[in-house]
Ligand binder design. Structure first.
Ligand SMILES: NC(=O)c1ccc[n+]([C@@H]2O[C@H](COP(=O)([O-])OP(=O)(O)OC[C@H]3O[C@@H](n4cnc5c(N)ncnc54)[C@H](OP(=O)(O)O)[C@@H]3O)[C@@H](O)[C@H]2O)c1
Length: 281
């Protein structure tokens, strides 16, 4: 079993390399060598690797930056997705496209199911939904897997941002009206390995179990890290961002769990594991 991973140096990409590399041969490509949005680049990488499976974990992920750099966000998240999916077809391989909870508008009040109607707000969210559709249109053998609030070793993620803020400020105000599903990259990578062992193509949600607000997430981060910092809850409206954020974007991973035979851990357990990995030299 040979897997080709685009975006292999990203925080999810690194854990995909670890998990898929442990069970078989795994080849990773990323910028600057392979720009997925450059015509011919993904195809060349796929033809030279001749993989059994292609995973597209490459993306333009700067949610606020995308508002002012829309062309680039669309180029990577939609055009790049299509070119990777077409490259997979050319080498007769299924493709995985990693997508986001931000395809939903956040007006819901129960965990989103994979078939719930998307309604993205903002350039990043719109370009990611377009990437889902481009992938599905180009390659019938596709797994679209939406995840959320991702953190993994070496990433510039919420956990690391909170720890840096706590080290530089005496008191933090944290948003309590944004609710989501924090997800450890290693768990998503393992779930993807289980899912792609079969051929049940379609759309899935891949997130750790449970839900929390940004405020609760940060408090748990500080407790597990042994960091003492004064915190107070506040409303998202106090911290306006260029791109809107869904107020409620909890995803239900049940379809993926049942199909793949994989059970996601509660997010608190996954976060504890992240701190164990972080402490390793
Ligand atoms: N992070 C989250 O909270 C979150 C939440 C939901 C969904 N997701 C999705 O999960 C996936 C993985 O996210 P992540 O957090 O691992 O992101 P990440 O750390 O930003 O990794 C993305 C990787 O893709 C690379 N890349 C960007 N443009 C590229 C291009 N044109 N060609 C080839 N590679 C390119 C990046 O390189 P550079 O670093 O050099 O740009 C980076 O190595 C993405 O699809 C993202 O949309 C993320």
């Amino acid at each position: 079993m040979k897997t080709l991973i685009f975006g292999a140096k990203g925080q999810l990409g690194r854990d995909l390399m670890e998990v898929f590399g442990a069970g078989g041969e795994c080849l990773g490509v990323d910028l600057p060598e392979v720009d997925i949005a450059l015509p011919g680049a993904a195809l060349e990488a796929a033809e030279s690797a001749a993989p059994d499976l292609v995973i597209n974990a490459a993306a333009y992920t700067n949610v606020d930056g995308a508002e002012e750099d829309a062309d680039n966000a669309w180029r990577v998240n939609e055009t790049g997705a299509r070119l990777v999916a077409e490259a997979a077809v050319a080498v007769d391989a299924p493709v995985v496209y990693i997508s986001t909870d931000y395809v939903f508008d956040g007006a819901g009040s129960r965990p989103y199911e994979p078939d719930d109607p998307p309604n993205p707000k903002g350039v990043y969210a719109e370009s990611k939904l377009a990437g889902e559709r481009a992938t599905a249109a180009a390659n019938p053998r596709h797994f679209i897997v939406r995840t959320a609030w991702l953190y993994g070793p070496g990433g510039n993620n919420f956990v690391e941002k909170m720890l840096a803020l706590a080290a530089s400020r005496p008191e933090l105000r944290l948003v309590e009206d944004e609710i989501g599903s924090p997800t450890h990259t290693i768990d998503l990578a393992q779930a993807l390995r289980a899912l792609t062992a079969g051929a049940a193509y379609g759309t899935y949600h891949g997130v750790n179990r449970g839900q929390c607000s940004r405020y609760e997430f940060a408090q748990t981060i500080f407790a597990l890290a042994g960091v003492e910092v004064k915190t107070a809850p506040c409303k998202g409206a106090e911290f306006p961002t260029k791109a809107p954020r869904p107020a409620y974007s909890v995803l239900n991973p049940a379809r993926l769990e049942e199909t793949a035979g994989y059970a996601f851990r509660p997010w608190e357990d996954a976060l504890r594991h992240y701190f164990q990995r972080r402490a390793q030299p």
